[in-house]
Design a protein around this ligand. Structure first.
Ligand SMILES: NC(=O)c1ccc[n+]([C@@H]2O[C@H](COP(=O)([O-])OP(=O)(O)OC[C@H]3O[C@@H](n4cnc5c(N)ncnc54)[C@H](OP(=O)(O)O)[C@@H]3O)[C@@H](O)[C@H]2O)c1
Length: 429
């Protein structure tokens, strides 16, 4: 029986969940995997707060050093979150010859390449299954299951909070603000929900997927990111009337040797499986040259799914390193695209909602400007008036260049006949 000593840094929501699973399922895991996982140290800066699991006081510490420099510890599990001091914990853990497990997408988005390069150079493992998609084993699928594939496309719903809000708006016709308040009441959104609703969290996760899938190092700031704050219940309703759902998608798409990386609300056909992923659930779609199309679905966050992923990493690390052998290349990636595609050069179809005064000639003015920028209209509907004298005009366009669309919308929004900023949502087939 191989025994593995684990030191956990960060005894918060997930840290406590992981300790609980390792304690309550110790015998189960031992029998199933042949590995005895022993929680040797638990570190947190706050040892007073009551946790949902009891641990022997002797293993609790406030000192990160007591984990990193303890020669008995084989695996350091970083669960403090954020970039600092998490980055120092992970790098120093590796330098001390320990394998590392982390759930920290913010850290991996910022410094993943540096961390993986160091781990690969030292022949050590970094497990990060919980950083994307919570309990969904997408990282393992990309690292191992799909290793023989050249990937063409990875996209998905990878932020449960935004998906919960959009689902509530779709199902109950609620405003964004009301749906967000319900998400906060139910514990699905933080008191400060900015990172989730702005698309920032999805961008962190997309940079992890871009590195594994395409070998591209892109920090969140390199990824075009738009959140869901401007989407109104009426947009969801109008999209539905045209046979679409609106979802916050994170997209990594190969296009003629370049890689598109973007996060934004997206219209997807109602018949697509991803359209039917609702509530806090996540779904990740992967297309490879050998496996074709695959869809992963499951809980993208929460204590139990995330702990499941962290524990699976601990067991995987222990198995890879059985007998003390050095790992080969723990995080496999090769760069197989030339560069990131500029957002301006991306071509998609668009849904646009204009809010204009109710006067003859308005439509002609709007379509004239669109034509000037080579944007052709696929359909146009004038919706019932929303408020006195303001009428929503909803258009679907054929494929157009992002650069042209941005210029056209700017020009249209500067017209006196426009009463509010236009809302534009990209369409993916
Ligand atoms: N929650 C989820 O559903 C979920 C899902 C997937 C991934 N993750 C990731 O998992 C990680 C942990 O998330 P969480 O929700 O468990 O966060 P959390 O509840 O805030 O837990 C973090 C813990 O680390 C402690 N800590 C912070 N800095 C420390 C330091 N310098 N030394 C020792 N302890 C320190 C915190 O103490 P204080 O509270 O006193 O600051 C807190 O107890 C994050 O990277 C997150 O992105 C979370």
């Amino acid at each position: 029986m191989r025994k593995i000593n684990v030191g956990i840094i960060g005894f918060g929501t997930i840290g406590a969940g992981v300790v609980k699973v390792l304690q309550s399922k110790r015998a189960f895991l031992r029998e199933k995997s042949g590995i005895d996982v022993v929680v040797t140290r638990v570190c947190d800066k706050d040892l007073k707060t009551k946790r949902p699991v009891r641990v022997d006081k002797k293993i609790l510490t406030k000192s990160i050093a007591k984990v990193l420099y303890d020669p008995k510890i084989d695996v350091v599990v970083e669960l403090v979150g954020g970039v600092y001091p998490a980055k120092d914990i992970v790098l120093e853990g590796l330098r001390q010859g320990k394998h590392v497990v982390t759930a920290n997408k913010a850290l991996l988005s910022d410094s993943g390449r540096e961390i993986f390069d160091l781990a690969n150079a030292l022949g050590l493992c970094v497990g990060f299954e919980a950083s994307v998609g919570g309990g969904i084993p997408i990282i393992r699928a990309l690292k191992e299951g799909f290793i023989a594939n050249r990937l063409d496309l990875i996209y998905g719903i990878i932020n449960g909070t935004s998906n919960f809000i959009l689902s509530k708006m779709a199902d109950e016709g609620l405003s964004f603000e009301k749906a967000l308040a319900i998400a906060q009441e139910m514990g699905y959104a933080e008191r400060d929900p900015h990172l989730d609703i702005s698309g920032g969290d999805s961008a962190h996760k997309l940079s992890v997927l871009a590195l594994l899938g395409f070998g591209v190092t892109a920090k969140a700031r390199d990824i075009y990111t738009e959140g869901i704050e401007d989407i109104e219940a009426s947009d969801i309703r109008y999209a539905k009337e045209s046979g679409y759902a609106i979802k916050l998608l994170a997209i990594a798409k190969r296009a003629a040797g370049q890689l598109e990386l973007r996060v934004h609300p997206t219209l997807i056909p109602a018949s697509h499986l991803v359209s039917n992923v609702n509530g806090v659930y996540n779904a990740i779609f992967v297309k490879g040259d050998l496996v074709g199309e695959n869809l992963f679905y499951g809980q993208g966050a929460g204590v139990l799914p995330t702990s499941s992923a962290v524990v699976s990493d601990i067991i995987a690390v222990a198995k890879n390193c059985a007998g003390g052998c050095k790992s080969e290349k723990c995080v496999p990636f090769i760069r197989d695209v030339q560069r990131l595609k500029q957002m301006d050069d991306i071509k998609t179809r668009y849904y646009i909602r204009f809010s204009a005064v109710d006067k003859p000639g308005v439509l002609a003015k709007i379509s004239g400007i669109l034509a000037k920028y080579r944007i052709s209209i696929a359909s146009v509907t004038q919706k019932p008036r929303k408020s006195a004298n303001v009428v929503p005009i909803v258009m679907m366009t054929h494929e157009a260049l992002e650069r042209d669309m941005a210029k056209a919308i700017k020009e249209i929004d500067s017209l006196k006949i426009m009463k509010r900023k236009s809302v534009r949502v990209r369409i993916e087939a």
